[in-house]
Design a protein. Structure first.
Length: 79
């Protein structure tokens, strides 16, 4: 049993490690061309940045009081 758990624990520990260096294109490859209408080619940091819609701000608004749920017509019992 220990022979199985030790490699799994080692693999899980290594999976948690992340690369800290900047991303570079593979040898012989280049970054994508500049978008249509732009003369500036985006860097790898620009390509990895998320849009505000992709990662919206978290809403921390708390409910002031409990509210009754509306009736859900699709909440059917199992058949």
């Amino acid at each position: 049993m220990r022979r199985i758990l030790a490699p799994l624990a080692l693999a899980a520990a290594l999976a948690g490690c992340g690369q800290k260096a900047d991303l570079e294109p593979l040898a012989g490859q280049s970054l994508p061309p500049a978008p249509y209408g732009s003369e500036v080619r985006p860097t790898s940091e620009d390509l990895l940045a998320l849009d505000p819609q992709a990662a919206p701000e978290r809403s921390v608004e708390l409910r002031k009081r409990s509210e009754e749920r509306e009736d859900d017509p699709f909440d059917l019992p199992p058949e």
